[in-house]
Write a protein that binds this ligand. Structure first.
Ligand code: NAD
Ligand code: TDX
Length: 339
């Protein structure tokens, strides 16, 4: 089979490329990625020598380029990871999120219509459900929870989900959608909570916790997410949405303290800063459907996964040092200096 993985030079997409090459040696994997600030060819260095892997630089919103790729490669499956993915950036500048996340998805769907496809899989997020209150630990997101978004990022992802469902119903595109909770693990871009805190702590720099640090996220080790998507594209039912998460809820402050403990650093590094606008309080996934239908359960416990992740950042300094010494420096100064 030929699988196009869009956004495969980013965090989860690259982990998925490696997962597929390892677990399905007969499949051909084509990574389509624009290489925005979040895409990094060095992340894919270990895949480049594999005869079943090909990298194509391109924008999912570029209709001509996407159609050309479909015509040449005749993919059986498309897995769409490509997105602008950072909530804080979407609050600063929403427009690019609409172009990539909505228009880009619609171009891919049009290509599926035009050239045919066995499966289109949309990698969505639990953020499309909005948030849950902190004082109701009994509540979880299920696949039937209403879409109710808070940030331009989550609104763009929800719009893309609705387009996928519209194309599935109207044009019979064989599509599936997965909505996952927060991922962590290797190749996570340093702007996101866990890598940002690891890297700052290693430099004895302040750890900027938004608000009081009481917001809750439901953390999943990235390989478990990849395993779930792999099951969905091969055995999931067309037209269905699958929630992915492993009941690993932690407050942001807990996560930051855990990282400090693993690194042997003191809590005096923590600095409470101005809260994110519209900050979602709690995400929590009910994964019953994917467990019942596909037998998926997460394999990595948070306490093990976070240790593995910290070890990866210690062992792969060259990967992130290059990132934080470049354009990212300006981003950091803009977002955090005098916050
Ligand atoms: P990321 O920002 O690390 O990577 C995104 C990748 O997409 C980059 O390689 C970038 O170059 C590429 N890209 C951006 N715009 C593009 C365009 N127009 N055309 C082609 N490529 C483009 O993101 P991530 O954290 O790996 O997230 C991947 C997907 O998973 C996203 O769709 C995101 O919404 C979803 N998701 C992420 C999480 C999470 O915790 N990170 C959780 C649930 C869902
Ligand atoms: O410096 C920080 N300080 C801080 O307190 C940063 C970057 C974040 N935070 C808080 C905000 C959130 O409550 O940590 C939490 C996690 O923040 P992010 O890493 O930005 O992730 P989140 O906003 O939860 O969104 C993530 O999960 C869902 C991904 O970035 C999305 O792409 C995915 O859809």
């Amino acid at each position: 089979m030929t699988i196009i993985v869009t956004g495969g030079a980013g965090f989860i997409g690259s982990n998925f490329v490696y997962y597929e090459l390892k677990n399905h040696a007969d499949d051909k994997i084509i990574c389509l990625d624009k290489l925005t600030y979040a895409g990094n060819l060095e992340t894919l260095a270990d895949a480049q020598g594999n005869k079943n892997f090909k990298f194509v630089r391109g924008d999912i919103a570029d209709r001509e380029a996407v159609y050309k790729l479909f015509e040449e490669e005749k993919p059986d499956i498309v897995v769409n990871f490509a997105a602008e993915s950072h909530v804080d950036r979407s609050i600063e500048d929403p427009e690019l999120f609409l172009r990539t996340n909505i228009i880009g998805t619609s171009v891919l769907l049009d290509a599926c219509r035009k050239f045919g496809i066995k499966r289109f899989h949309q990698v969505s997020t639990d953020e499309v459900y909005g948030d849950l209150p902190l004082d109701r630990p009994d509540l979880f997101f299920t696949e039937t929870t209403n879409l109710h978004t808070s940030s331009p990022y989550s609104a763009s992802k929800a719009a893309a989900d609705l387009l996928v469902q519209a194309y599935q119903r109207t044009y019979k595109i064989p599509a599936t959608i997965s909505r996952c909770s927060n991922n962590y693990g290797p190749y996570h871009f340093p702007e996101k909570l866990i890598p940002l805190m690891i890297i700052n702590a290693l430099h004895d720099k302040k750890l900027p916790v938004y608000g009081k640090g009481i917001n809750v996220r439901d953390w999943l080790y990235v390989e478990d997410h990849c395993a779930a998507i792999d099951l969905i594209i091969r055995r999931g039912t067309v037209g269905e949405v699958y929630n992915i998460g492993g009941h690993n809820e932690r407050t942001n402050l807990d996560v930051v303290k855990t990282i400090l403990k693993i690194l042997g650093k003191g809590e005096e590094l923590i600095e409470f800063v101005t809260d994110r606008k519209g900050h979602d309080q709690r995400y929590a996934i009910d994964p019953t459907k994917i467990f019942n239908e596909l037998g998926w359960t997460p394999q990595t416990k948070f306490d093990d996964g976070i240790k593995k992740t910290v070890a990866w950042y210690l062992d792969n300094r060259a990967w992130w040092e290059k990132i934080i010494s470049g354009e990212y420096k300006n981003y950091y100064a803009k977002m955090y200096d005098n916050r």
